[in-house]
Design a protein around this ligand. Structure first.
Ligand code: FRU
Length: 492
């Protein structure tokens, strides 16, 4: 990509692959991430989208339907998948897992009350023949009460939650739910008396299906797989606001016999350490728009130190894992690279991860959305897609105006600024996400339900929104279709 006037050139990335257990970590640099602002139209007026249309999701209407019929708040969601990220129905039923919380809570209070719930619906019905809200039946909570909190040595937590992950399906309806167990230790004023404790977990269970729907048994055993080591992955002693969660497992055809996991982490420095390097800034020699390293690393940008972690299973039942070095860092770029996933297409490896406008570092700006990096292996010198920026698809956003909040949109912001988050990329380039807020400061509506599925054209360094999909680019609400069908006896 060529430099935009007034902006630096993005970093050169080779896409070259390294062995998964080697210590090469690719960088999403400040030079890369500044391409986001470079593609924003400085003349875009109030409530207009300032970002290129091809990387922007179509606007979600404020009249969106609710998938649980008002029963629960719904956000991060995922299907039943195999080691190749193919999505399965089971005995004629599609099944999804979602973080859920009681509707009596405010939507922004959901995080400390999250539990894993599930939904099911009949497989094989085209989206346009389903009810507008996707036609899911809410099945209830996945785990028996209390079991996901037993892992914590300190049982004095004030809140204990189940955060995101992924679910693998095996022969005979056996499933393994990978998730994040989090304990909060807060006082009556809601302040932390000690940092939250996050562990990556796995629990095995069994899926049952009959003519009426699906249910689960099992989930009595919860294996602790990983807790942050403070060496590659930041822990609570280093930073009370550390991020460690969202396991996604897969196999790599280039490294047969092994199962890997990507997850959200942070670079393991003590919070506030001016740790960014010239490589994290990533400017080409002599770039007139390069920043001064000392200035950047002593600015507030030093507080945003995201990474994407890698781990490998050390036994066949996936109950024991070890860390490998991170595959991507975003030091002094953003603090959150959430719900990472590896997506393979035409011999290329895509690392998708979600990030917020509000978690970008000082001097960096970009929309709420899903970001993507392409390379030749799971560990490679990843090339951020789309003009070197990393943006795969963002919410319609105006970077000329303040971000606002989902509970209090900025007056000048586009009504779609918070329309989607926690995107999950599915086979065929379909992308599902949940609705946070749709609308403007004077007229907005909170979501807590899955939004319309969209489709991306994924082609190497270029990823664009397919506006020929669905209705002007918007497909069915909560549409998470299986692309494989498992029946007893015929299964993986
Ligand atoms: C993304 C996320 C995940 C986490 C969950 C907690 O929406 O921040 O990283 O698992 O929400 O609610």
């Amino acid at each position: 990509p060529r430099a935009v006037e007034g902006f630096p050139e993005p970093t050169v990335h080779s896409q070259v692959a390294y062995p998964p257990d080697s210590d090469f970590t690719s960088r999403w640099t400040r030079a890369d991430a500044r391409q986001l602002k470079a593609m924003s139209d400085p003349a875009a007026g109030p409530r207009e989208n300032s970002m290129p249309e091809e990387y922007t999701a179509p606007t979600v209407p404020i009249s969106f339907p609710d998938m649980s019929g008002g029963r629960v708040w719904v956000w991060d969601s995922w299907p039943l998948t195999d080691s190749n990220a193919d999505q399965y129905s089971y005995k004629g039923w599609e099944v999804i897992f979602s973080l859920v919380a009681d509707r009596n809570l405010g939507f922004d209070d959901r995080h400390t009350y999250a539990k894993l719930g599930y939904f099911f619906r009949k497989a094989g019905i085209p989206a346009d023949q389903r009810p507008e809200n996707g036609g899911w039946t809410y099945g209830g909570l996945v785990f028996p009460e209390g079991v996901s909190g037993e892992v914590f040595e300190d049982q004095s937590f004030s809140h204990q939650t189940e955060w995101s992950g992924s679910t693998r399906i095996f022969k005979g309806g056996n499933v393994k739910v990978f998730y994040t167990a989090v304990a909060f230790y807060r006082n009556a004023q809601g302040q932390d008396v000690k940092p939250a404790d996050a562990r990556i977990m796995m629990s095995p269970g069994k899926l049952k299906a009959n003519a009426k729907g699906v249910s689960f048994t099992g989930f009595e055993t919860h294996h602790e797989l990983l807790k942050p080591d403070g060496k590659w992955y930041q822990n609570g002693a280093q930073n009370p606001f550390y991020n460690f969660r969202d396991p996604f497992t897969f196999k790599d055809p280039a490294n047969p016999g092994k199962t890997y996991m990507v997850f959200e982490g942070n670079t393991a420095t003590v919070r506030g350490t001016p740790a960014c390097t010239a490589e994290d800034l990533g400017y080409r020699p002599g770039d007139p728009h390069a920043e001064d390293l000392e200035t950047v690393r002593n600015s507030n940008a030093r507080l945003q130190m995201a990474n994407v972690g890698l781990a490998v299973a050390t036994n066949d039942d996936l109950s024991s894992w070890k860390f490998l070095p991170p595959i991507l860092s975003a030091n002094c770029v953003t603090d959150q690279t959430e719900r990472p996933q590896i997506y393979m297409k035409d011999g290329k490896y895509y690392l998708f991860t979600i990030s917020h406008r509000s978690t970008f570092a000082e001097g960096i700006d970009g929309p709420e959305g899903v970001y993507a990096f392409v390379g030749n292996g799971i560990r490679s010198d990843y090339q951020p897609v789309n003009r070197g920026s990393g943006l795969a698809v963002g919410n319609p956003t105006n970077l000329n105006y303040a971000t606002g909040f989902p509970f209090d949109p900025d007056f000048n912001q586009h009504p779609g600024t918070f329309q989607a988050y926690s995107h999950y990329v599915m086979p065929g380039g379909l992308v599902q996400s949940f609705i946070d807020t749709v609308g403007t400061k004077d007229n907005f509506r909170r979501g807590g339900t899955l939004g319309p599925t969209i489709r991306l054209n994924i082609d190497g360094e270029t990823i664009t929104v397919d506006r020929s999909y669905g209705d002007g680019g918007l497909g069915g609400y909560a549409d998470i279709p299986a692309n494989r069908h498992a029946n007893p006896g015929t299964f993986i």
